[in-house]
Ligand binder design. Structure first.
Ligand SMILES: *[C@@H]1O[C@H](CO)[C@@H](O)[C@H](O)[C@H]1NC(C)=O
Length: 309
C-alpha cells in the first residue's frame, strides 16, 4: 500500500444477493428465465411491428422502439448479474462499472423521453383525431426517436464526465447487484456532496418531473375524451391504462432510488431487480397480452411463416 495515495482501487466487489447457495441457484434460474423471456418477447414485438402492414402507425413504431430500449436496458445489467450469482468472486473492473452506469443511464434516459413522446402521440390521436396523421408525420416521428437518443446521451454524459475521474481508494465494496451512480460516488475518496446533489437533480428530479408530466398529460387526455363523448371513454381508458401502468412501473423505482439519496433505498435490491429485470419484461407483456391488434398481427406473421416453411 502506498501511504501517500492510499491503495488505488482497480476493481469493485459487488455484494449481490446474500444467502445460501440454494437461494442463489433459485435466483439464477428465475432471472435467466425472465431475461430470456425479455429478449424473446421484445424481439417478437420489434419483428411484428416491422413486418406487419396493419401495425404501420406511429404508436406501434414507438412501441417497437420502446421494446428495443427495454432490451438494451436489461442487457446492460442482467447478464452480468446472472453470471455473478454462480461465481465466488463477484468483481467488476472500475471501467466495467463505468460502462455499466453509462449504458444504464443512456438507455434509461432515452426510454424516459420515448415515454413522453408516446404520451404526446396518444394526445394527438385521441384529442386531435382529424389532424393525427399530419401531426405525427414520418419526419416528426423520426425526429422524436433521434431526440430520445440524444437526450439519453446528454443525460448520461452529464453525470459520467463528473464520475469517471473520481479517485477510488481503500473502499471498493458495493452493496448492490450492479454498479449505480449513488452507490459508486459514495466510495470515492474525495468529497462528493455536490456531485451527489447533481445526481439527485439529474436522475431523481428528472424522473420525478417526467412522471408528473406524464400523469398530467394522461389526465388531460381522459378529461378531453370525457367531454367529447361517453362511448369513447372506455376505449381510451383501455389503451391508456396500459400506458399508465408501464409509466408507473418504470418511474416508480427510479424515483425511489435516485430522489431519496439520504435513505438507503439505492442499495435496495428488490427495487434494483424490479426496474432492470422485471419492468423490461412487463412492458412487452402488458402491450401484447392486452392488445388484440398486436396479437392478431403476431398470429398472422406466425402462420405466414409456418405455411411458407
Ligand atoms: C423506431 O422508430 C423509427 C422511426 O419512426 C422507425 O422507422 C422504426 O421502424 C422503429 N423501430 C422499430 C423496431 O419499431
Amino acid at each position: 500500500m502506498d501511504p501517500k495515495n492510499g491503495s488505488l482501487v482497480t476493481e469493485f466487489i459487488l455484494l449481490g444477493f446474500s444467502g445460501r447457495w440454494e437461494l442463489q441457484i433459485f435466483f439464477f434460474v428465475t432471472f435467466s428465465l425472465i431475461y430470456g423471456a425479455t429478449v424473446v418477447g421484445n424481439t417478437l414485438i420489434m419483428v411484428t411491428v416491422m413486418f406487419s402492414p396493419t401495425l404501420h402507425s406511429p404508436m406501434y413504431f414507438l412501441l417497437g422502439n420502446l421494446s428495443f430500449l427495454d432490451m438494451c436496458l436489461s442487457t446492460a445489467t442482467t447478464p452480468k448479474m446472472i453470471t455473478d450469482l454462480l461465481s465466488e468472486q463477484k468483481t467488476i473492473s472500475v471501467w466495467g462499472c463505468m460502462a455499466q452506469m453509462f449504458f444504464m443511464h443512456f438507455f434509461g434516459g432515452a426510454e424516459m423521453t420515448l415515454l413522453l413522446v408516446m404520451a404526446f402521440d396518444r394526445y394527438a390521436a385521441i384529442c386531435k383525431p382529424l389532424h393525427y396523421r399530419t401531426i405525427m408525420s414520418h419526419r416528426l416521428l423520426n425526429g422524436f426517436v433521434i431526440l430520445s437518443w440524444i437526450i439519453g446521451f446528454i443525460h448520461t454524459m452529464s453525470q459520467m464526465v463528473l464520475t469517471v475521474n473520481l479517485p477510488f481508494c481503500d473502499h471498493n465494496v458495493i452493496n448492490s447487484i450492479f454498479c449505480d451512480l449513488p452507490l459508486v460516488i459514495k466510495l470515492a475518496c474525495v468529497e462528493t456532496y455536490a456531485l451527489e446533489l447533481f445526481v439527485i437533480a439529474d436522475s431523481g428530479l428528472l424522473s420525478f418531473i417526467c412522471f408528473i408530466l406524464l400523469l398530467v398529460s394522461y389526465t388531460v387526455i381522459l378529461i378531453t375524451v370525457q367531454q367529447k363523448s361517453l362511448g369513447g371513454l372506455s376505449k381510451a381508458l383501455s389503451t391508456l391504462s396500459a400506458h399508465i401502468l408501464v409509466v408507473t412501473l418504470f418511474f416508480g423505482p427510479c424515483i425511489f432510488i435516485y430522489a431519496w439519496p439520504f435513505s438507503n433505498l439505492a442499495s435496495n435490491k428488490t427495487l434494483a431487480v424490479f426496474y432492470t429485470v422485471i419492468t423490461p419484461l412487463l412492458n412487452s407483456v402488458i402491450y401484447t397480452l392486452r392488445n388484440k391488434k398486436m396479437q392478431g398481427a403476431m398470429r398472422k406473421l406466425w402462420f405466414q411463416h409456418v405455411s411458407s416453411a
